[in-house]
Design a protein around this ligand. Sequence first.
Ligand SMILES: C[S@@+](CC[C@H](N)C(=O)[O-])C[C@H]1O[C@@H](n2cnc3c(N)ncnc32)[C@H](O)[C@@H]1O
Length: 129
Amino acid sequence: MVEKKHLDVGNLTGEKNKLFIEYGAGRAGLSSFAAEKLKEHIQDDKSKEKSIKFMIIDRDTRRRKLDKTFRDEFETFREKMDIADFNLEAFISHLQEEGKLVKQNELYCIAKHLCGGATDLSLCSILER
Ligand SMILES: C[S@@+](CC[C@H](N)C(=O)[O-])C[C@H]1O[C@@H](n2cnc3c(N)ncnc32)[C@H](O)[C@@H]1O
């Protein structure tokens, strides 16, 4: 269980562009919670909203319920795929080529309640970058 008081977004809302990637997101509850806190902190600052993006990965797309609670403010990409097939570097390059992501980004890889196998795959995906 994520203790809400433990998420301090104060130092996550600087000038740099940020990409949050949630692995095995399911309904994207963790991204939704992070987005809620970011929204509170940046208070409708459109340039900051534009600089923050979310990427949600899950092989099951049945549970998209929470995406809509933050995709209006923060550009959000959802990929229905197995983490084993997700190439983080290629994904970032692709978004940059399409002009959807600037060159310099702070990357935040997040996950909650992943099984051991998916945790291993996520860590490999991050380390392979
Ligand atoms: C226990 S659920 C947790 C969902 C969400 N993170 C949460 O906290 O509510 C595990 C999620 O990981 C996804 N998952 C497990 N292995 C996966 C894999 N290899 N690739 C993509 N998604 C995976 C499942 O589809 C499921 O949505």
